[in-house]
Design a protein around this ligand. Structure first.
Ligand code: SF4
Ligand code: SF4
Length: 346
């Protein structure tokens, strides 16, 4: 697999990196197999986070004996020096290593967050000291808000930046990526498939191949998926006219204010699965009705009336989506479609 230089870190990384979110879900032995399969295919960059429950531990088990060959990245979403120091120690233990190549401040998506990270004696200073102690090699930042990511880059404190980019969410390509290039900051792309909204890896990765100097993370949930992504990336075929049309259709279908399924709006005190509900209007057009109107999907749609209007989710959403209005609207569409479906079957 082709390698790129990750900005001023000087790290040489494969163009595709392993994203550690989805391996939280399958049974542990499958999760370990998914990681090892990716390594066998030549992937040399693995990204995880203290936020991703068992992901670090599973990766630690999967990379046993192969750590030296890899660039390992993890993150902390803590905002005090003390908590970040504790997170780093836990990550090192979970990953079964004595250093991480890249330590990132996770989801720094507000001005307040950025100031907390950079506060005297705070997270940034703690991680700088960890660099001096050899526990961390490079420091990066991740954000879901481009204005904050841009401000972070301008501080000169970070060697990498991770932001979302895909063919329905292209804003990062306008200002942020050129700025990072100008400052020689390594660019890491998350959500190439818009957090699961885009189902066709060929469209997603063919769009991204124009960014020749970025590292793209892909979260893999099933054995075999990474091989498909690598095949597309290595073939480097241009988008066909039909694929371009398909991309246009998907863009129109999703609109601009779509939910990225990042789940930063959680926890909801009423245990409402916001991202799944936000996805429902799209799912109604794409999935088998049996899957939508029966079983788990129906159960979480029934939770919509439990919303107590507290607005906590909206304060946390980095994309400022009107969540309450959207879930109510999704509920209406769902029940209308369900009724029509059931009437047709009577
Ligand atoms: S406004 Fe509703 S959906 Fe949002 S966190 Fe509160 S209860 Fe949950
Ligand atoms: S509503 Fe906002 S925070 Fe919640 S999953 Fe969607 S984009 Fe993320």
């Amino acid at each position: 697999m082709e390698k790129i230089r990750l900005g001023k870190t000087g790290l040489k990384v494969t163009k595709i990196g392993f994203g550690g979110i989805p391996i939280q879900t399958p049974p542990e032995e499958i999760a370990i197999r998914i990681v090892q399969e990716s390594l066998d295919l030549g992937i040399k960059f693995i990204d995880t986070s203290r936020m991703y429950t068992c992901s670090e531990e599973r990766i630690g088990k999967a990379i046993a004996g192969r750590r030296e060959d890899l660039v390992l990245a993890t993150k902390s979403a803590s905002r005090t020096g003390e908590a970040v120091a504790a997170d780093l120690e836990t990550s090192l233990k979970n990953l079964r290593t004595d250093y991480v190549d890249l330590y990132q401040f996770h989801n720094v998506s507000s001005e307040e967050n950025l100031q907390a990270v950079l506060a005297p004696g705070g997270p940034y200073e703690v991680v700088r000291k960890a660099c001096d102690a050899g526990k961390v090699r490079h420091i990066g930042i991740t954000s879901h808000r481009l204005s904050v990511a841009k401000e972070a880059l301008l501080t000169g404190c970070f060697e990498t930046v991770m932001v979302g980019l895909n063919f329905v969410n292209t804003e990062a390509a306008e200002e942020l990526i050129p700025l990072a290039r100008q400052r020689d900051i390594g660019i890491i792309i998350m959500k190439p498939m818009a957090g699961g909204m885009l189902e066709k890896p060929a469209l997603a990765f063919k769009y991204l191949q124009q960014f020749t100097d970025v590292l793209t993370l892909i979260g893999i949930a099933r054995p075999g998926e990474m091989a498909e992504v690598i095949r597309i990336v290595e073939a480097a075929e241009p988008l066909t006219a039909e694929e371009l049309k398909d991309m246009e259709r998907i863009r129109e279908e999703l609109g601009s204010g779509f939910c990225r399924m990042c789940n930063y709006c959680q926890p909801c005190p009423q245990q409402i699965l916001i991202s799944a509900i936000m996805y429902t209007p799209v799912a109604l057009n794409r999935f088998d009705p049996e899957r939508i109107f029966k079983g788990e999907w129906d159960k979480f749609m029934q939770k919509i009336p439990d919303c107590i209007d507290c607005g906590e989710c909206e304060k946390r959403c980095p994309y400022e989506l009107p969540i309450r209005e959207r879930i109510r609207e999704a509920g209406k569409q769902y029940y209308a479609a369900r009724e029509a479906y059931l009437a047709g079957r009577r």
